[in-house]
Design a protein around this ligand. Structure first.
Ligand code: KG4
Ligand code: ZN
Length: 345
């Protein structure tokens, strides 16, 4: 295997973003993401529509990535793709495409776990230093909320996760209660910028250890909003910035408290954020504050690598390929999937 010059073409299609990326020796040459607009009127992702949209978009998205990176199929060393977890129909489009391409070009395949991709986005080469091990990553997306301890790239232990809603869902469902369109997370962030985070106080849900639970929070927000709207039908519009700031403050405080406790317990000095909710401005600022307070280093990947993208699949595929972990045509797309754990030796 030539480990001097490695070019990875990566494909991500686990949910509602059709994405392709080209990476050369750890550096991203192209990162193309086509976010499906078809779900906007449904208040959530419609799996069947997602698969069809992936089918329509995957060829142009891959071509665009190659064009942007100024490489041809022949320049590609290996093809990485998201094997799971995610929507099965969506995963099947990306995995079938990647497998077909690998067969046609006679190139190796690398299967990647979507959440490991989110975490490993920290190791994309950029001007920012990459985290040292041990490293703890808080992965927060529309589907997952996990605190993961890394002793090495693929030596990962899940210290805690959500029992019910993910952090992104907590944002999106709260936004829906306020009549905001899907996905509401970025809108809560936007309104919160002009609001008072301590104006409305919501209870902290109980979850043991480093685990999370957000469904109770959603219910208390719903009860609170309904009660206030009965008294004043314009309550939401008149208080939208304070409501958003208070909801955001609660979710962010819950997340960062557990992250801080986990890092203190495991004596870890490098902490990071991954997943779509890592785009949240209060969470980004909050993790910097936690790091500063404890004399740790906070790592936050650039915005384009936080929401779903194929660059994170490319870096995970690159690191796996360098460790000789080549995938098979028989690897099947998996809606639920365990981390692929292994060490250097
Ligand atoms: O990682 P991602 O792009 O897709 C999944 O794998 O789920 O995460 C999408 C989630 C959505 O719930 C969206 O509302 C949330 O990330 N999100 C945000 C922000 N930007 C995206 N939540 C809060 N504040 C933001 N700025
Ligand atoms: Zn994701």
């Amino acid at each position: 295997m030539n480990t001097e010059s490695i070019t990875i073409l990566a494909i991500e299609s686990s949910c509602d973003d059709t994405a392709a990326s080209v990476l050369h020796n750890g550096k991203i040459l192209a990162n193309i993401v086509c976010t499906q607009q078809v779900h906007i009127n449904y208040g959530g992702v419609v799996p069947e529509l997602a698969s069809r949209a992936h089918q329509q978009q995957i060829v142009p998205v891959v071509h665009e990535a190659l064009k942007k990176a100024q490489v041809t199929f022949q320049d590609i060393t290996a093809i990485a793709y998201t094997q799971g977890p995610g929507l099965l129909g969506s995963l099947l489009v990306g995995s079938s495409f990647a497998k077909g391409l690998a067969l046609a070009l006679n190139k190796p395949l690398v299967s990647v776990h979507h959440m490991q991709g989110h975490i490993l986005s920290h190791f994309i080469h950029s001007e920012n230093p990459t985290p040292a091990f041990p490293f703890i990553c808080l992965t927060v997306s529309g589907g997952h909320t996990q605190i993961v301890l890394l002793k090495d790239y693929f030596d990962m232990v899940i210290l805690g996760e959500t029992f019910d809603d993910a952090a992104g869902e907590a944002f999106d469902k709260s936004a829906k209660l306020l009549g905001l369109p899907y996905p509401g997370g970025p809108l809560i962030d936007k309104f919160a910028k002009n609001g008072n985070p301590l104006k409305f106080l919501f209870p902290t849900p109980k979850a043991e250890g480093y685990n999370f639970s957000f469904s109770g929070l959603k219910t208390s927000i719903l009860n609170f909003v309904q009660k206030e709207v009965q008294k004043n039908p314009n309550f939401i519009t008149e208080n939208i910035t304070d409501i958003c700031a208070s909801i955001q403050h609660k979710i962010v405080t819950i997340l960062l408290d557990k992250l801080e406790k986990a890092a203190q317990h495991y004596g870890v000095q490098h902490i990071g954020l991954a997943g779509g909710v890592a785009a949240n401005s209060a969470l980004r600022k909050g993790i910097e504050n936690v790091a500063q307070k404890n004399h740790w280093t906070a790592h936050i990947p650039p915005f384009e690598f936080c929401t779903d993208n194929a660059a994170m699949i490319a870096i995970a595929g690159y690191l796996k390929y360098k460790l000789g972990k080549i995938g098979q045509q028989s690897d099947s797309a998996q809606a639920r999937m365990d981390f692929d754990i292994f060490t250097h030796s």
